[in-house]
Design a protein around this ligand. Structure first.
Ligand code: NIG
Ligand code: FE
Length: 411
């Protein structure tokens, strides 16, 4: 048993006395804080916190926060960080006027990454992904969902998922894995999309389940990718194998992806750059968490998810990075906070709730992550001294993280 004490915390933020699954609507306006606080960790869990007057005198190790703030680490509930290399030449194509869909239709985009992934060893993929995880951790992220989807063959999808399994074993980050075989139709199946959907249902999903490689199943249900009917078929098969859906929907068009996601009790529906009042209404009658990815809107010059409207409708909005080589080569959740405030007009408190507790919910881990609460995992970061919580998204390019602690371990 080891006790780690953090003292002289300028402000302990996002504290919770009763653990909530998520926060919705007007509740998102609130972040509970304790000024001039301490926090006590035993092994990997938070066991006590309060005002400095009540601070215990002894612990095995003491960190003096020197007035810095302490917040729960970000939970990033939507990423694609297992990929080979990068795609900056497509970045130039986009600057020169090609759209994301046009690049995809020419065999670029996801298919380009699939080709590269095929040629890259499991070890190399692991090393590259680990480096990205490390980068994300330094920006204050402690939990990450990672998708497959650059394999697009049984062998390569399994390869990707094994890399994610190894990341789960080797990294201090909390990781959830998602099977996204239906990310694009591979070149080999061009013109035979339904055969590829069959392959996913009859071969990939059973093998993924047999090896216990995925916590969730995802489908890119959008214009030019997979239809609502195909999505339904794959989600139905996934459900038989105990995989709850997390869906890519409404990035390129009003796709029907929200409705099919909700029908199959998706944990989250993500992207939603084109969500309308109809989608918002459907989400109101569901347990599905709408997740915006403002980094994608920024990088692809797409409309932003109507996040404020969703909060006003009482929904538990989440915001994640979507870190991937094509539409968001960044896992900086602090920048996501800034985009949420600047482009979506969320208040800093709404944005923090959307990137901590609600993204924890969108990964199925809000009992243990996403806030500072007794019994939760000690996943938090200490900032340099800052003037207020609002400073975090305001200073949109200033690094503020001084130290990260994951599962009670100083990183
Ligand atoms: O979420 N939109 C689909 N998938 C990813 C992009 C993948 C890629 O371009 O490599 C996304 O944005
Ligand atoms: Fe994505």
């Amino acid at each position: 048993m080891t006790r780690l004490l953090i003292k002289n915390i300028g402000c302990l933020a996002q504290v919770e006395h009763n653990i909530r699954t998520s926060v919705r609507g007007a509740e998102m306006q609130n972040i509970d804080t304790i000024n001039n606080a301490y926090l006590l960790i035993e092994d990997e869990k938070i066991i006590e916190f309060g005002q400095m007057e009540l601070c215990p005198e002894r612990a095995d190790k003491v960190i003096d926060a020197n007035g810095g703030y302490v917040l729960p680490t970000f939970c990033d509930s939507h990423t694609h960080i297992v990929y080979a290399g990068s795609r900056e030449h497509e970045f130039i194509d986009k600057i020169n006027g090609l759209s994301y869909e046009e690049i995809a239709q020419r065999g670029g985009g996801i298919l380009n990454s699939a080709l590269r992934l095929h040629k890259t060893s499991e070890e190399e993929l692991f090393e590259q992904a680990l480096e990205r995880l490390e980068e994300m951790k330094n920006f204050g992220t402690g939990a990450v969902e990672i998708k497959s989807g650059y394999g697009l063959s049984t062998e390569d999808e399994l390869k990707m998922l094994r890399v994610i399994r190894k990341l789960k074993e080797k990294s201090d980050m909390t990781i959830k894995s998602t099977f996204l075989g239906a990310h694009a139709v591979p070149t080999k199946y061009k013109g035979r999309q339904s055969d590829y959907v069959d392959l996913i249902c009859t071969e990939m999903i059973p093998l993924v389940a047999q090896e216990g490689l995925a916590d969730f199943i995802d489908v890119f249900c959008d214009k030019g990718f997979f239809t609502v009917e195909e999505t339904a078929k794959m989600l139905e098969t996934g459900a038989k194998y105990g995989m709850r859906p997390k869906i890519h929907a409404n990035e390129l068009d009003v796709s029907g992806g929200v409705q099919v996601g909700v029908k199959y009790d998706a944990l989250s529906v993500d992207h939603l750059e084109r969500a309308t009042d109809v989608e918002i209404e459907v989400l109101k009658h569901s347990n599905t968490i709408p997740t915006g990815l403002p980094g994608t809107s920024f990088f692809l010059n797409l409309p932003y998810t109507p996040a404020k409207k969703m909060i006003q409708a009482g929904l538990p909005l989440a915001l994640a990075s979507d870190y991937n080589p094509g539409s968001t080569p960044s896992g900086n959740m602090k920048f996501v906070l800034s985009l949420a405030c600047i482009k979506m007009r969320l208040t800093p408190n709404e944005a923090i709730n959307a990137t901590t507790i609600n993204t924890a919910a969108a990964m199925g881990i809000s009992k243990t992550h996403g806030s500072i609460a007794i019994g939760k995992q000690a996943n938090l970061y200490i900032t340099k001294p800052i003037s207020s919580i609002d400073f975090i998204p305001y200073a949109y390019n200033t690094p503020i993280v001084k130290q990260v602690i994951l599962n009670g371990k100083i990183q």
